[in-house]
Design a protein around this ligand. Structure first.
Ligand code: NAG
Length: 363
């Protein structure tokens, strides 16, 4: 009997602990809902560059944020290869294994490879003083992107800032809030910069700090580009006051970068600006842009007391206690040494009813 009590007690204790865990930690008494959110962003910062091709140039938000607005995301150009003043015409290809030629016989007219800048004309022409390459019909001169500027062209982007405005809504509880908290003043918002320790609720982020908090170097990332995630977590217990429902920010680099396998790293794309000269000839400036895309990821769940999950959890807790009794019986009746004794005590054996009846009729 004592053994049985020990087992039974132990099981009940576990069950109670489990129920408590469901209730206290997993908040089994709450109805939950997941977040609905909208995000807008605004970048700020200017820098200046001075190069031989572009001269003295100031870069502001309209120059480096491409496109001007996106959903939950923002691209900041940090590096670029510019090919100015291209026109439609004939010019030599960039020299590589397939384009270097000795005579016209090496160039098939009308051909174009996946990596070509244009359609071959079938002629072999001088690329520079010594090298000859196949001539192509293309936007000329063709882009030379063999050398990516390092350090990055707009390396000052490290000090640019990003304001993230985030509105959230929990539809089941009709609860909404935004990440610019009610006690924030305009003056504070003008001067604050997010810092996990000193300013955890400032919605303005320094780009360099975002990358640094994710464990990477901004200047390295700026050269080839990449993707950063700004995660906003809204875990709210709505049984408590709404002021305690606060956003928590974390940062993560989303394009995985293998040190050993660094093939086609980063993030870049091309775009062009078209214009016409007074004679009507079309020109363009081709830009291969490298940069960091900031994706804003909002997640979270809210919980609030509700009678239905409470009843369901209490019900299943009681059912579990029932299971403990059954388990105890199984152990006692089938597994223990004294099981025959227990069985005798638990079940009362009765005489066969019909046999007894038969005896009576015989008499
Ligand atoms: C960013 O600002 C800090 C302090 O104002 C300055 O020391 C640093 O050189 C700046 N970084 C870049 C890349 O310009």
């Amino acid at each position: 009997i004592t053994e049985c009590c020990t087992v039974s007690l132990w099981l009940s204790e576990r069950t109670v602990l489990f129920c408590r865990w469901v209730f206290v930690w997993e908040k089994g008494y709450q109805e939950t809902d997941s977040v609905v959110s909208s995000v807008t962003t605004k970048a700020k910062g200017v820098t200046v560059t001075n190069t031989s091709t572009l001269g003295f140039r100031v870069w502001d938000v309209a120059d480096y944020v491409i496109p001007a607005q996106e959903e939950n995301s923002l691209f900041i150009m940090t590096n670029m290869i510019t090919t100015i003043n291209q026109t439609q015409g004939l010019c030599p290809e960039l020299p590589d294994k397939t384009t270097v030629c000795k005579s016209d016989a090496n160039c098939a007219a009308g051909s174009s490879g996946v990596h070509s800048n244009g359609i071959a004309t079938g002629r072999c022409v001088l690329f520079n003083g010594t090298v000859k390459t196949c001539e192509v019909a293309a936007w000329c001169p063709v882009e030379d992107d063999t050398h990516v500027p390092d350090p990055a062209f707009l390396k000052a982007a490290e000090n640019f800032t990003l304001l993230v405005k985030n509105n959230i809504w929990y539809p089941k509880f009709n609860f909404s809030k935004r990440n610019i908290l009610p006690n924030t003043t305009t003056a504070y918002l003008k001067s604050c910069i997010y810092d996990a320790v000193t300013d955890p609720f400032c919605p303005i982020f320094r780009l360099g700090k975002i990358v640094q908090d994710a464990g990477h170097s901004f200047q390295d990332m700026a050269v080839e580009g990449g993707i950063m995630g700004i995660q906003i977590n809204w875990d709210c217990n709505l049984d408590r006051t709404a002021a305690l429902c606060l956003p928590r920010y974390s940062f993560r680099r989303l394009d995985t970068r293998d040190v050993d396998h660094n093939v086609s790293p980063g993030y870049n794309f091309r775009f062009a600006k078209y214009y016409s000269d007074p004679t009507g000839t079309e020109h363009r400036t081709l830009i291969k842009a490298y940069g960091i895309r900031f994706d804003i990821i909002v997640f979270g769940k809210a919980g609030k007391f509700d009678i239905i999950p409470t009843m369901i959890n209490i019900g299943s807790g009681l059912a579990l206690l029932g299971v403990a009794t059954v388990l105890c019986d199984v152990i006692v009746l089938y597994c223990m040494k004294k099981r025959f004794y227990y069985r005798e005590k638990k079940y009362k054996y009765v005489e066969d009813y019909e046999q007894g009846l038969g005896g009576e009729m015989d008499q």
